[in-house]
Design a protein around this ligand. Structure first.
Ligand code: ATP
Ligand code: MG
Length: 221
């Protein structure tokens, strides 16, 4: 009897797109694209693997509970997730995909460094509450964190916050909204995450994917 396929959790957009070459290296093609298909379970051309499409920040949850055997998630998402749900996830490889950086950005006219020197209390809008809290605590800067779920760039423009903590790659979105990067917090890329029980029970079937992903990502780095 054929075994059920392994389940890989991905988010659509850049993580899906940048995972396709890794899957190709493992000999797996994906005939449908989540942007055009409405399916949340995408078959592949291999009976050994299917893909589920979930929100980027939900990927660790699906893998942790074993609804997906493995997945790919940004370090930004993993850092926030692990604070609330430690354990259950094995993070074997940095795949070096979806590269960007987490930074503090402020409006062009706001003298962030002066505000920090003066010990001002800052209002920071972000989706990355844990990373922001840790960053400002380490600097000894007092902040009020305002949690947002998206479009962080808007917050300083309408007086909701003095600055934001957000992901930046080209800086185009910041420029379009007259914001400047004032501090880099850390470099971000995506990691492979594996359910620990799945690794024990299905290790023989998972290992070829881990090996192929590892080889392909170091070849691309
Ligand atoms: P959602 O759209 O569900 O709210 P999201 O906006 O975080 O989630 P994406 O924009 O697809 O989803 O980002 C997925 C991951 O890709 C992020 O967690 C991050 O690791 C990485 N990422 C985000 N923005 C960029 C970027 N500008 N350049 C490169 N990688 C990025
Ligand atoms: Mg996004």
């Amino acid at each position: 009897m054929a075994l059920p396929p392994l389940t890989l959790a991905l988010s659509k957009g850049r993580i899906f797109e940048e995972t396709l070459p890794l899957l190709a290296a493992a000999g797996v093609g994906v005939p449908e694209n989540p942007e055009s298909s409405r399916k949340l379970i995408l078959p592949t051309d291999s009976d050994a693997l299917r893909i589920i499409i979930v929100r980027a920040s939900d990927v660790p949850t699906y893998v942790q509970y074993g609804a997906a055997d493995f997945g790919i998630a940004g370090k930004d998402v993993l850092h926030e997730h692990m604070a609330q749900h430690p354990g259950g996830l094995y993070q074997p490889i940095d795949l070096n995909i979806a590269r960007c950086r987490l930074c503090v950005a402020a409006p062009e006219g706001f003298d962030y460094q002066a505000a920090v020197r003066q010990g001002s209390r800052l209002r920071i809008a972000t989706k990355y509450v844990r990373a922001a809290r840790e960053h400002f605590a380490a600097k000894g800067v007092h902040v009020d964190i305002i949690k947002l779920y998206g479009s962080m760039e808007l917050a300083p423009l309408v007086g909701l916050a003095d600055a934001i903590v957000d992901l930046v790659s080209s800086g185009g979105t910041l420029r379009a909204n007259r914001l400047v990067e004032v501090e880099e917090i850390r470099q971000i890329s995506s990691r492979l995450i594996v359910n620990q029980a799945a690794l024990k029970m299905k290790g023989e079937r998972l290992q070829p994917f881990l090996d192929a992903f590892g080889r392909a990502s170091s070849a691309m780095a």
